[in-house]
Design a protein. Structure first.
Length: 209
């Protein structure tokens, strides 16, 4: 059984989707802990409701980013994870932290990478006149939002969309995409080699949500 630690900062709807998937009988992974950098994150309550260890570690209590990341790594490692899942974890990570979990840390980003790294992805996609948007699951690398892509889901940008309506559509796609990608990892079906990802020996296909 693969052990998963999920890092969150907010509502944790992707966390919920992964926990739901993990409760399926043939799913060889369990979320063993959820850690948030914000004590008030709703996802912590949701984790507790599922009997999952839920902890917070306030980044503001640390002098700098390396100090926070070192403390966070220490907390994570207590749970001996096979996989670290970033699910709406809104912190930039130091290279040392990223290196520690190389090949075993996934992130979901609400855009079709490599377009729209960083924040405000939906607003920027609408402003640019994009006709499709989506979400990307990728292995985390030192460069923000640039790691090897595991899976992508595409949604339409509809006439009249605003940031909120597009965000809602993308988030619904994320709830399909992330559990699927995490499932591939825990089943041992993903391979990361020379910066490219294969799933059961093939390039994973993207899909229209
Ligand atoms: C999701 O849309 C996720 O893609 C995004 O935050 C949201 C978290 O929602 N992540 C990032 O922007 C990371 N750069 P959730 O807390 O309901 O899962």
């Amino acid at each position: 059984m693969k052990r998963i630690v999920v890092l969150i900062s907010g509502q944790g709807s992707n966390l919920d989707a992964i926990v739901r998937a993990s409760e399926a009988q043939d799913w060889p992974g369990r979320v063993v802990a959820v850690i948030s950098n914000r004590a008030e994150a709703r996802g912590l309550q949701s984790a507790q409701a599922h009997g999952i260890a839920a902890e917070s570690l306030d980044h503001k209590a640390f002098a700098d980013r390396p100090a926070f990341d070192a403390a966070l790594a220490e907390r994570i490692d207590r749970h001996a994870p096979d996989l670290v899942v970033l699910a709406g974890f809104m912190r930039i990570l130091t290279p040392a932290f990223v290196a520690r979990y190389e090949g075993r840390m996934l992130n979901i980003h609400p855009s079709l990478l490599p377009s729209f790294t960083g924040l405000n992805t939906h607003r920027r996609a609408i402003e640019e006149g994009c006709k499709v948007a989506g979400a990307t699951v990728h292995f985390v690398s030192a460069q923000l939002d640039h790691g090897p892509i595991v899976a992508q889901a595409v949604v339409p940008v509809l006439a009249g969309d605003d940031e909120a309506s597009l965000a809602k559509r993308v988030l619904a796609a994320e709830h399909e995409l992330y559990p699927r990608a995490v499932g591939w990892f825990v089943k041992g079906e993903l391979e990361l080699k020379d910066g490219r990802v294969t799933h059961r020996g093939r390039e994973p296909q993207g899909w229209l949500a």
